[in-house]
Design a protein. Sequence first.
Length: 161
Amino acid sequence: MIKQGTVVSMTYRLTNAAGEELDRADKNEPFSYLHGAGQIVPGLEKALVGALVGTQKKVVVSPEEGYGEVEEHLRTSAKRNQFPPDAELTVGMRFAADDGNGQPIIFTVTELVGEDVSLDGNHPLAGETLHFDVEVVEVREATAEELQHGHAHGPGGHHHD
């Protein structure tokens, strides 16, 4: 049964409100995560509590329980000369920058017009209602090492070298 401290392997299909597929994990490569470690969106994690292997669920996650609402203050612009001279900027390109408090924030280039570069620091799925079609394929207790590291190890999880 899925609860805090279990490693969950699942297949899923993620679509937006228009039914367009955004992501998927199938039986050949299920997605694994440590439940309760904040590795999946809160709305999906809450909906999976108590589920058993074989459980199939359709879960609708609001922006508030997903990647958040679009925050206008995270949309900004810069000049090309603020980037390294050899940077080949393209629309859709993502890069990390400091948020001013020592924390990284990922920006996406949304528009290039002359010397102006439009940037968006929102998650690409911010503001989206997410539709998950999930099947739980495995649930097991996390190892002490997984709990210490805060993520799943092994197939579908994280491997340390």
